[in-house]
Design a protein around this ligand. Structure first.
Ligand SMILES: [Zn+2]
Length: 281
């Protein structure tokens, strides 16, 4: 009767393959923080979608965990609950990250919670949003859209395509990951409503005129990554993060880490808006 035990053991080892996704992320992540944190940074990472559920959410969680543990730039607390998003609950954090959180207006319905989140940033803390973090807000929560800088209005550039991007702000430290001023990359790219470039500093743009798709912008202005000041606080948003592979792409992880460290105040770099540099009609 010892055979069943052995077979079970063999079966278990056969089917429990190592987490290949995690290994790819660990290899792709920067070795260290781009700047030594001024103090120990506590970051609350919310990953619960209230609308479309991206399959890359768990990959994003792994990506952010690896960035935290490998580079020590911040300590990450992961949650799917909205419970800690109160004035009191947020006190111990330096930043909030929304990881592909569609339709936040349905998750945060209480006026006091919405106020707590926006005041947290206005009073000097950080907000970072990835991909579908901008798919929500308006009309029910316009102030959120105003804070993040724009609201998802469709994605003419689909996840399966490979699209041309350009570095809009070549000298910005949050763009140090991009060695070329232009690059091709595969991800799902949004057009926006309620977007006003004068409130944001656009770091990466989509070179839309080189694609066969047409979006909603009269000036072909399709921002992809940006930063902004919001009251005394800082915001970093990147549209990248739909595809799982985005989360194990070395230059993207470096860009994400630098955006997070900028928002935390550990990397300095201007947030004043800059004019559109190409594709102007
Ligand atoms: Zn998406």
């Amino acid at each position: 009767m010892k055979f069943p035990f052995i077979s079970l053991f063999l079966l278990t080892s056969l089917f429990s393959s190592p987490d290949e996704e995690l290994i790819k992320i660990e290899n792709a992540a920067p070795k260290s923080a781009s700047a030594t944190p001024i103090k120990k940074r506590q970051v609350l990472i919310y990953s619960n979608p209230s609308g479309f559920n991206h399959k890359s959410i768990p990959t994003g969680i792994k990506g952010l965990r690896v960035l935290s543990e490998k580079t020590k730039a911040f300590t990450a607390t992961f949650t799917l609950s909205t419970k800690e998003f109160t004035a009191e609950g947020l006190k111990k954090y330096d930043a909030i990250i929304f990881n592909n959180t569609t339709h936040v207006q349905k998750a945060f319905t209480e006026k006091s919670q919405r106020k707590a989140i926006l005041n947290f940033i206005k009073n000097g803390k950080a907000f970072i949003g990835f991909h579908a973090a901008s798919d929500g807000g308006m009309n029910q929560w316009q102030e959120y859209t105003d804070m993040i800088g724009g609201c998802f209005a469709g994605h003419p550039w689909n996840a399966g395509g490979k699209w041309p991007f350009f570095v809009e702000d070549v000298n910005h430290p949050v763009n140090q990951a991009f060695k070329e001023k232009e690059f091709m990359f595969s991800d799902e790219i949004y057009q926006y409503k309620s977007y006003d470039r004068s409130n944001l500093r656009i770091l990466i743009g989509l070179d839309s005129v080189k694609t066969d798709k047409k979006g909603n912008s009269k000036t072909n202005d399709y921002p992809v990554s940006w930063i902004r000041s919001y009251g005394k606080g800082r915001v970093f948003y990147s549209n990248f993060g739909h595809n799982k592979a985005t989360w194990w792409t070395p230059f993207i992880l470096q860009h994400f880490l630098d955006g997070i460290q900028w928002a935390l105040g550990d990397i300095e770099g201007p947030s004043k808006s800059i004019p559109q540099s190409r594709n102007l009609k």
